[in-house]
Write a protein that binds this ligand. Structure first.
Ligand SMILES: CC(C)(COP(=O)(O)OP(=O)(O)OC[C@H]1O[C@@H](n2cnc3c(N)ncnc32)[C@H](O)[C@@H]1OP(=O)(O)O)[C@@H](O)C(=O)NCCC(=O)NCCS
Length: 213
């Protein structure tokens, strides 16, 4: 397994393009791209309405995540409006891709945006050779719990008081590789040659860390 930042750019771009095509069918024109520190005001704007101040990352943490960490954060845009974000961190010890954060704007909820972004996480996890996706969820967040249960995540650890006194968390895991994953069914396969070209370029690069097979 290697980190997301070592993933060859064409492979990353192919994954983003496939997910964007899927989201386009659900939302109309939209753009999916990696977020940078310039995007922090938009991130904070959405985060403020999606998470309580106790759970929100805040400016400093986002700056650190975007500028200095091994995380990659993907944002979904419609014009100037950030509609959703997904923050991913490769955990080499667990050989897992961690979903650090996922949020969807309330105007576009229940339209498959989160499921499509989790499909992107699945694809990227497989591309970097992760064995599983992992995340922590507030046990009192029915929408998120339902989302992950539907994607066949299973609880691997109860986290007492993880989100504050009396607010328990769950660590969830979903195996990657080989098996069928529900999101596969809703993800559009990339059309044309860009996907193939990206993967072939990746396979042919002698020093590429890519492990797609
Ligand atoms: C949780 C969240 C990301 C879901 O985003 P979404 O784009 O609306 O989710 P999807 O449309 O992809 O839903 C996929 C499935 O998840 C489940 N689900 C999503 N929202 C749900 C809700 N409010 N109640 C019950 N089930 C829900 C459903 O099974 C849904 O499938 P269905 O619509 O066919 O029934 C969104 O509500 C959100 O941003 N919440 C605030 C931030 C947050 O809690 N993030 C998760 C942190 S771990």
């Amino acid at each position: 397994m290697f980190t997301l930042k070592q993933l060859p750019l064409p492979v990353l771009e192919a994954q983003l393009a496939a997910c964007q095509a899927e989201l386009h069918t659900r939302l109309g024109p939209c753009q999916l791209r990696l977020l940078e520190t310039d995007d922090i005001p938009a991130l904070l704007g959405l985060e403020r309405y999606c998470f309580s101040p106790r759970l929100a990352f805040g400016r400093r943490r986002w700056r650190n995540l975007l500028a200095h960490s091994g995380c990659q954060t993907v944002g979904l845009w419609q014009g100037e409006q950030l509609l959703a974000y997904l923050c991913l961190f490769p955990h080499l010890g667990w050989q897992a891709l961690e979903v650090r954060c996922l949020a969807v704007h309330w105007h576009v909820r229940r339209r498959g945006v989160a499921a499509a972004l989790m499909g992107l996480a699945q694809g990227l996890g497989q591309d970097i050779g992760a064995l599983s996706l992992r995340l922590e969820v507030d046990a009192d967040n029915p929408a998120a719990c339902q989302l992950y249960a539907g994607l066949q995540f299973v609880p691997v650890r109860h986290l007492p008081d993880y989100y504050g006194e009396g607010r328990h968390g769950q660590r969830l895991m979903c195996q990657l590789g080989g098996g069928t994953w529900p999101v596969k069914r809703v993800m559009a396969r990339p059309s044309g040659t860009s996907w193939v070209a990206a993967r072939v370029a990746c396979w042919l690069a002698p020093s590429s860390p890519c492990s797609v097979a």
